[in-house]
Design a protein around this ligand. Structure first.
Ligand SMILES: CC(=O)SCCNC(=O)CCNC(=O)[C@H](O)C(C)(C)COP(=O)(O)OP(=O)(O)OC[C@H]1O[C@@H](n2cnc3c(N)ncnc32)[C@H](O)[C@@H]1OP(=O)(O)O
Ligand SMILES: CC(C)C(=O)C(=O)O
Ligand SMILES: [Mg+2]
Length: 510
């Protein structure tokens, strides 16, 4: 059985998803969960991209001990210097340096000859090796590169000291057969291939990212790259959970496995979805809400007789648990704490007291409190964003023939209570206008999404908003049994984040 190493780029390529913008704290939370999942290498960002990216890579490098931390870097000395600045204190660090090799990129983007590309790639790897023991080189757009030339580039960077070579299908263009052949060619033509890791990195533009990744494994890849939930630039990257489960479920066929703790998958997926605001579709393989649901009579009958008739992955395998402890309004703190621990949360006493008070409050408004309700309730408070404004009261006047009016009362960080009212084109609009007034912020609402977290008429509603102000873009999430309250909480939360971001910007001198 071969062991395939897993390189996660949720925090770098995943953050390249349009609309996703994670704070340092959120990135750290994801990195710690990726470490728990057993990821071998975590690409924490692109240090030269911004002072904020550098800072969050450094924070992750300081806290994560069991995974190698990686920074992306162009083949430029100034980028490599920044990567070293971010990673110098990591327990285990890797520089990920890249340069495009395909004819299209050489001609139109880089304006370099074949020889210049090799020269720059070799120089970058050698420069990187002055700082780093582990250097990965990526032949960007490798799948559209002439194979004999690709072999030349790979041999040159291996000779220069790269210990991982990655062949990205940058634009999701390749097919399993074609991509597999590239790995076969490299596996048989590179001197010293046995001492390096050969890596795949696939995008999903034609919906083949996972199939292409598997083809690479079958033809010699020893590392795969991807993201949780398959998020990433354009149509996204190969979904790590899908590749891992394909190998696990069909180990009889592929004779390969990963060292991931598969039971951490559901939790990791939820965390990434929550913090990025990228909602996982119900029918998504492995982590979608319907992945383990059986709807039709014939399937249900089969599953009741023998579960393997229609279920190839047991839900427990990926950490989807059945509800064992039903909590309600008569439960106490011990049961609540026990449930939180089962759901993966270990709270400090004051956080627990706070969550418990909100749980009791929810029980008064909702008949059945499910695990999802509890996760939503705890998560909505745990992101540690300093709150410049806390929602104290929301009041609405609505009639189908009158102009909706909202009144909002907030408490500021200094304890001052402020109240404002506003009319709007609809209830949400009036709430947002009142919040703009009371916070004295001028923002643009770029996106507003509403969904139900749980089921039934007393379900929790979840609202995501994306706001911008000048160069800043932030997301906010609010959860409540009342969608208008959730809308207000999401908006206010985004404003609080915006205030923190502006503070960050002052700190780094932007
Ligand atoms: C396939 C991928 O996912 S690659 C990673 C993509 N991710 C990102 O780009 C996010 C982070 N990027 C950034 O913050 C910015 O692009 C920066 C800070 C890296 C660079 O910003 P700028 O200096 O303003 O350059 P800009 O992004 O406009 O253009 C890229 C430049 O890098 C060059 N370049 C692109 N790739 C490479 C590379 N691997 N090595 C060296 N140079 C490269 C381009 O040819 C262009 O050079 P030019 O200015 O001489 O024409
Ligand atoms: C930077 C590289 C690895 C990349 O993300 C790609 O080519 O898709
Ligand atoms: Mg990519």
């Amino acid at each position: 059985m071969r062991t395939i190493e897993v390189f996660d780029t949720t925090l770098r390529d995943g953050e390249q998803s349009p609309g996703v913008n994670l704070s340092s704290h959120e990135k750290l939370e994801i990195a710690l969960q990726l470490e728990r999942l057993g990821i071998n290498r975590i690409e924490a960002g692109f240090a030269a991209a911004s002072p904020g990216d550098l800072k969050s890579i450094r924070e992750i490098a300081a806290k994560v001990k069991n995974s190698t931390i990686v920074s992306l870097s162009r083949s430029r000395t100034q980028d490599i210097d920044k990567a070293w600045e971010a990673l110098r204190d990591a327990e285990s660090a890797c520089l990920h340096v890249f340069l495009a090799t395909s004819p299209i990129h050489r001609k139109y983007k880089l304006n370099m000859t074949k020889e210049e590309v090799i020269e720059n790639a070799v120089a970058a790897v050698k420069y990187g090796r002055k700082y780093f023991d582990m250097v990965e080189f990526s032949c960007e757009d490798g799948s559209r590169t002439e194979i004999p030339y690709l072999i030349e580039v790979v041999q040159a960077v291996v000779d220069a000291g790269a210990s991982i070579v990655n062949i990205p299908d940058t634009v999701g263009y390749t097919t399993p057969e074609e991509y597999g052949n590239i790995f076969k060619q490299l596996s048989t033509n590179i001197r010293g291939i046995e001492n390096i890791k050969l890596s795949s990195h696939c995008h999903d533009d034609l919906g083949m990212a996972v199939a292409n990744t598997i083809a690479a494994i079958e033809n010699g890849a020893t590392q795969i790259e991807g993201t949780i939930n398959g998020i990433g630039e354009r149509a996204g990257n190969a979904a790590i959970e899908e590749v891992a489960l394909a190998l696990d479920t069909r180990r009889d066929f592929y004779q390969a496995t990963t060292n991931l703790k598969l039971e951490e998958i559901a939790r990791t997926s939820k965390l990434v979805s929550r913090l990025t605001g990228m909602i996982v579709p119900g029918n998504k393989a492995v982590v979608g809400a319907n992945a383990f649901a059986h709807e039709s009579g014939i399937h249900q009958d089969g599953v009741l007789k023998e579960v393997t008739t229609y279920e190839i992955i047991r839900p427990e395998r990926v950490g989807v648990k059945s509800n064992k402890l039903v909590l309600g309004k008569l439960s106490g703190r011990h049961a609540f704490k026990d449930k939180l621990s089962e759901l993966g949360y270990e709270l400090e006493q004051d956080e627990l007291n706070d969550a418990f008070a909100r749980f009791k409050n929810l029980c008064d408004r909702k008949k059945d409190v499910s695990d999802e309700d509890i996760v939503a309730l705890v998560d909505s408070k745990l992101s540690n964003i300093p709150e410049a404004f806390v929602l104290e009261n929301l009041q609405l006047s609505y009639g189908n023939n009158s102009v909706p009016t909202a009144s909002v009362r907030v408490k500021t960080a200094s304890g001052e209570v402020l109240e404002e009212a506003a009319c709007g084109n609809g209830s949400v609009d009036s709430i947002y206008k009142a919040i703009d007034r009371v916070t004295n912020e001028e923002v643009t609402l770029e996106d507003y999404k509403i969904l139900s977290v749980t089921h039934g008429k007393d379900a929790l509603g979840e609202v995501y908003v994306r706001l911008s102000q000048g160069d800043y873009a932030v997301q906010g999430r609010g959860v409540s049994t009342d969608v208008l309250e959730a809308s207000a909480r999401a908006y206010l939360r985004a404003i609080n984040k915006l205030i923190v971001r502006r503070g960050d910007a002052v700190e780094v001198g932007v």
